[in-house]
Design a protein around this ligand. Structure first.
Ligand code: HEM
Length: 343
């Protein structure tokens, strides 16, 4: 189908919106009435037609506006994109992966023409038609990772693999749920996960790392994660906490349905061919409570999940203070019916 791109903002007047199609394909993350961390990994081998899982890199109606927002974040704070010197080859691997995937999966939007190392990349939604030499940085306006991730929705952490661990040695991080690339750069898997409650003692990170170290080329994996955001903000970084943290206090029973958003991350994992690095794209989907409530089984389930979520998780995810107000709102959509497992 031909995509219509929304003209919208994720700041100031917050004109972000989801079409009916976007609500229908929203990756609602709860397959039962309660939630706890787990090693919820599965193969990333496509999914139902028009779902967010169908393509390797989902492109949706928010694409053009999200890329505009990313450019604004980078103009304010260039440290949201960093690549340690040994990660340049991984950046080229990532550029290739995204260009090949997008041109194959969305041929009406993207084209890639390759003649040896002479490449031509056409990105129609962003109006780009660029010829360059593969592996020659001087032929791109930015480093390869920055160049391609300025044209790809979601954040990208690029991990070097050595000493049986993963190291956050590069990334483009502008749409994150309250963590900082500048703080985490150079850390390993256990170090950057240190603030997460309850999961370490359940052995989740030891098992997750084992899985990730063994991901092979051509066999990507995925998982969902979620949190809550007041207003449809993409950039909820610690660097800008002084701007968005205070907005959590603006919630009222009257505006909650429109302002409170469920924030879902579709996280994927791809092995890169030349560098053996692992790339971790984190694609953020936002949906307001009032839009979620248009699907009765989501309303019912969200109420129960939020009600029964351990305090440690509600605190870490930053909504413990607003939880009572959220529950008052959600209770009206829970008719007490039994739900069956599955989304
Ligand atoms: C949170 C990165 C893979 C589970 C986080 C955070 C970061 C991160 C930066 C935020 C920590 C903070 O509060 O500062 C990554 C990267 C990964 C990866 C780069 C890929 C290599 C995984 C995997 C799992 C996992 C495979 C599987 C269980 C979690 C959980 C949280 C978390 C449960 C807490 C999220 C929440 O409650 O909102 N991760 N992660 N991560 N990560 Fe990962």
């Amino acid at each position: 189908m031909t995509l219509q791109f929304n003209d919208e903002t994720f700041r100031d007047d917050y004109s972000f919106f989801n079409s009916e199609r976007a609500i229908k394909r929203f990756p609602f993350p709860f397959h039962e009435d309660s939630y706890m961390y787990s090693v919820n990994m599965e193969q990333h081998r496509g999914g139902p037609v028009d779902s967010v899982y169908e393509k390797r890199f989902d492109v949706d109606e928010h694409y053009v506006s999200e890329m505009r927002d990313r450019a604004m974040v980078l103009a304010d704070d260039p440290l949201r994109c960093q690549s340690l010197p040994h990660m340049t080859l991984a950046g080229w691997d990532l550029l290739e992966l995204i260009m090949v995937s997008k041109s194959e999966d969305y041929p009406d939007l993207f084209e890639l023409h390759r003649d040896g190392d002479k490449w031509r990349w056409i990105n129609r939604p962003l109006g780009i038609d660029h010829s360059f030499t593969f592996l020659d940085e001087t032929t791109l306006p930015y480093g390869p990772m920055e160049y391609i991730t300025r044209q790809a929705q979601g954040d990208y952490a690029v991990l070097d693999q050595r000493d049986d661990n993963l190291w956050m040695d590069a990334g483009m991080i502008t749409t994150q749920a309250d963590w900082s690339l500048d703080f985490d750069i150079g850390m390993n898997f256990f170090e950057w996960h240190a603030p997460v409650p309850l999961a370490h003692e359940k052995g989740i990170f030891v098992r997750a790392l084992k899985f990730l170290l063994n991901i092979q080329q051509g066999a990507p994996a995925r998982r969902l994660n979620w949190t809550m955001t007041v207003n449809p903000l993409l950039d909820t970084s610690p660097e800008n906490y002084h701007k968005w943290g205070i907005q959590k206090t603006t919630l009222t029973p009257e505006n909650l349905g429109a302002k409170q958003h469920l924030r879902v991350e579709l996280q994927t994992f791809f092995r890169l061919p030349r560098s053996n690095a692992l790339v971790f794209p984190i694609r953020c989907y936002l949906c307001s409570f009032q839009d979620l409530m248009s699907v009765p089984k989501w309303g019912r389930r969200l109420h129960r999940v939020i009600r029964d979520l351990p305090d440690e998780l509600a605190t870490y995810k930053g909504f413990i203070d607003n939880r009572p107000m959220m529950l008052d709102y959600l209770a009206a959509f829970d008719d007490g019916l039994l739900t069956s497992p599955g989304i």
